[in-house]
Design a protein around this ligand. Sequence first.
Ligand SMILES: [Zn+2]
Length: 76
Amino acid sequence: MKCFRCKGEMRPGVTTFVTDKDDCCIVIRRVPCLQCDACGEVAFNGEVAENLERLVKAARQTLTEVAVLKYPEAVA
Ligand SMILES: [Zn+2]
């Protein structure tokens, strides 16, 4: 897979996903991703993107201001 920003090579890795809106900051660590060698751009596959959306929704419902999850445990 090629990076859509710089056409560099995307390689499998892990990243930390952060979303911060409406006074609620959600951090999801160790998320599998593809990362560009050259510019650092990160892409998620469809399954991971769906899981992230689900985890973010669930975390927001707990009404904590800051939630930190580990992806491998959260989706298990
Ligand atoms: Zn790139």
